[in-house]
Design a binder for this molecule. Sequence first.
Ligand code: PLP
Length: 417
Amino acid sequence: MSETLLIDEIIAKYQEYVNPGLTALMRFAGFSDVEVFAEGCILKTSSGEEYLDCLGGYGVFALGHRHPKVVEAVHRQLDEIPLSSRTFFNAPLAILAESLARITPGNLQYSFFSNSGTEAVEAAIKIARAASGKPNFICTTGGFHGKSMGSLSATGRDVFRKPFNPLVPGFMHVPFNDAAAVKEAIDENTAAVLVEPIQGEGGINLPSDSYLPELKRICEDTGVYLILDEVQTGMGRTGALFACEQWKVTPDIMTLAKALGGGVMPIGATIATKEIWDKAFGENPLVHTSTFGGNQLACSAALAAIRAIEEEGLLQNAKIQGKKLLEGLRQVQTRFPNALKEARGLGLMIGVEFEIEDVAELSINGMSRRGIIAAYTLNNPKVIRFEPPLILTAEQTEKIINVFGESVEEAINALGV
Ligand code: PLP
């Protein structure tokens, strides 16, 4: 079977058995190929093309693909005990929980482990309700917390919510970066304020410096929990291990997933203070559970990932390359002010907002033809996000900037805008 036939057959199976609409979307964006190998920042396809992965699995690949320390830890664990019997104590889970208590800010202490970001958010919602005895949550317009029923109720975009109504009751949305709106929305039935420190899928929206400290103060004053969803911003993405540290704010509950598994295993975590934990799980330790959550394979990957981030100076590299990338993208923006509205970001969590959606789509296509994978944010198709691995080199940063400039220019010329 020739490589081309193989690619066509795989795409036909997507069309026939997976999701025809998604197949069309992927084709239009220029991703008509099959991924077969990945290492570091590079992804290879069946047709022999090489791509610099600038999307990074929506933030999963902080350590790049197949980081050797994570792969080694997972191999070792695979040969011992990969999944828990769920009867005896599990060493990687215990050590990971201790590590998270050590590296997360404030007095976050107890961890519940799951397998994805949406599950981490579901757990946070349930823990906050059980601990507070109150039903309601204040979230933000454009915020993204996942697509299962509870987390979707917190997600602030109608296009994802509408087909599934009625959602879980008790979720109210206020504009992001508006602490006064949160204050006004809080009442005696509010359990928690649930926000991302930087909106990822909403379009890489940064808060003002006062936003998170103000939310913290409002939550403290009103006895409402602050839940920070660090599923995308966590594990070094912004140049700090957790984005909330950039504003010296400590949540009562934090959610993690994506990069936590070192780009090798899926894992989610919900970390809360002892006070909250005792209230939520005090009467019944089995009130919230997951069969696969906290399995040894995933926990050993997360432990190796934490070690690698600490040992390899990746926070510093995220800051340095992030600054260079943002500066370069801003220069491109000034060349095409009619097409590009703004480049913004922190560390290696960067977005470029376009004036016209079609130019963004065509630019993504142009970048993929030039060997760079990028994508728009789920809740805002006018924003192309750049979330490359934190191991990115200076040469790779340079390449991203150049390719982006060429692709935007090509898209503008093609569309005549
Ligand atoms: N929370 C945030 C901030 C996210 O960005 C995402 C996914 O993009 C999620 C939750 C949901 O994660 P998952 O897709 O692993 O369920």
